[in-house]
Design a protein around this ligand. Structure first.
Ligand code: FAD
Ligand code: GLY
Length: 371
């Protein structure tokens, strides 16, 4: 049997699903090829934070893209609920970025003076907000407008919406050989069949480097392994997400807290380790001592897809017809997904896209290795 699609999307994480969602809503006939289950890669490991301010320090194109993406969430959440009945659990409980040293306090206070939407809180005000935090802190930045979602509910809702809009979701369908059949389509071998796709969108997360290789592009993407655990706190509820350096405590709707996350370059094994857990627990207890009485629930790990400059690739290839990519979203794929899906759709339909985004996330940008 021959199956034809307008667009084959290789990789069913949040980025592939969001791209499929925007394309299918625009009337494009899509198929998502996912080698495992949808959302089984980095997307299922994410804490779900929409932390434009906590994850970036500079008001650059990346930050503007992140802010625009975050602003799409309320409409997206309402639309997905109406279409699919699935609640992606969007909440705005704010984020507290802590300063533990005088130097950190000076830097965060400086940001509060320059950026809208962020407020410097004194030590006493922070402790009034979260009385279980360590008293060894100097203050913190509070970002009321930063929220969070459930990544697994988001992936489920997107996949369902794609199907409702006429798209196909293929699980257990590893795209093996991908061939350009001139002049008009790509042939994707997956799940024992050849699928004919007029256009191809590479959204394979950490595995995108191999997929780029299949179509003759060199754009390395490497894993940055992250480990997390969740606990049920003993007798209290955390109100806001708390962030210090790369450790965060994220309160979930059932009262549990996600503690994340380690950072390990180049490790392809998406499994939690004793070393990872002990470093996270130690850090979390130093931020909130009473957390040690919490009941351990589970531990997991995922592979953040990263380009060498830690910025995503979102482009339409200039030389290869109908070839698109959206990958390398590193620490912020959940946050950046809506704007990424929108940009993929706009590139696909030749609609205008902000020049700074095309330049910043293009294949031929000047990449600097992030130190
Ligand atoms: P993935 O989710 O990895 O999806 C890629 C998919 O492609 C996979 O499902 C894979 O199976 C599939 N695939 C690969 N090759 C093939 C093939 N040949 N054929 C078919 N399918 C294929 N981001 C945030 O914004 N907020 C957070 O709070 C947050 N927390 C995080 C916490 C941790 C511990 C980690 C690890 C990441 C976190 N992130 C967070 C980052 C976020 O998870 C990623 O940026 C995002 O999930 C990347 O999505 P993706 O779709 O590109 O990749
Ligand atoms: N954005 C959180 C993480 O990647 O761990």
């Amino acid at each position: 049997m021959r199956t034809f699609y307008d667009a084959g999307i290789v990789g069913g994480g949040v980025i592939g699903l969001m791209s499929a969602y925007f394309l299918s809503k625009a009337g494009i006939k899509v198929a998502v090829f996912e080698k495992g289950k949808i959302g089984c890669g980095a997307s299922s490991a994410a804490a779900g934070m929409l932390g434009a301010h906590t994850e970036t320090e500079r008001a650059d194109a990346f930050f503007r893209f992140a802010e625009e993406s975050a602003s799409l969430y309320p409409g997206l959440s309402a639309g997905l609920l109406e279409e699919t009945g699935i609640d992606i659990q969007l909440v705005y409980n704010g984020m507290l970025k802590l300063a533990m040293t005088a130097e950190e306090a000076a830097s965060l206070r400086d940001r509060a003076g320059k950026e809208p939407d962020v407020e410097w809180l004194s030590r006493d005000s922070v402790l009034k907000k979260e009385s279980n935090l360590t008293e060894d802190l100097q203050g913190g930045l509070f970002i009321a407008k930063d929220g969070q979602v459930s990544p697994s509910a988001l992936c489920r809702a997107l996949a369902r919406a794609v199907q409702i809009n006429g798209g196909t979701i293929l699980e257990g369908a590893a795209a093996g050989r991908i061939q350009r059949a001139e002049p008009s389509h790509y042939e994707v071998s997956a799940a024992g069949e050849t699928h004919y796709c007029e256009a191809l969108v590479i959204t394979g997360g950490t595995w995108s480097g191999q997929l780029f290789g299949e179509v003759g592009i060199s754009a390395p993407v490497h894993p940055v392994k992250g480990e997390c655990l969740s606990i049920m706190p003993d007798g209290f509820r955390l109100a806001s997400t708390v962030f210090h350096e790369s450790c965060y405590l994220v309160p979930k709707s059932d009262g549990s807290i996600i503690i994340g996350a380690t950072m390990e370059e180049g490790n392809w094994r998406a499994e939690p380790t004793i070393q990872g857990m002990s470093s996270l627990m130690e850090k979390a207890v130093s931020i909130m001592p009473c957390i040690k009485k919490g009941v351990f629930q589970k531990a997991w790990a995922g592979l953040r897809p990263a380009a060498s400059d830690a910025k995503p690739y979102i482009f339409k290839h200039e030389g290869m017809k109908n070839l698109y990519a959206a990958t390398g979203h590193y620490r912020n794929g959940i946050l950046l997904a809506p704007k990424t899906g929108e940009m993929v759709r706009d590139l696909f339909l030749n609609r205008p896209v902000k020049e700074e985004y095309e330049r910043e996330f293009g294949l031929n940008r000047r990449t600097e290795v992030k130190s």
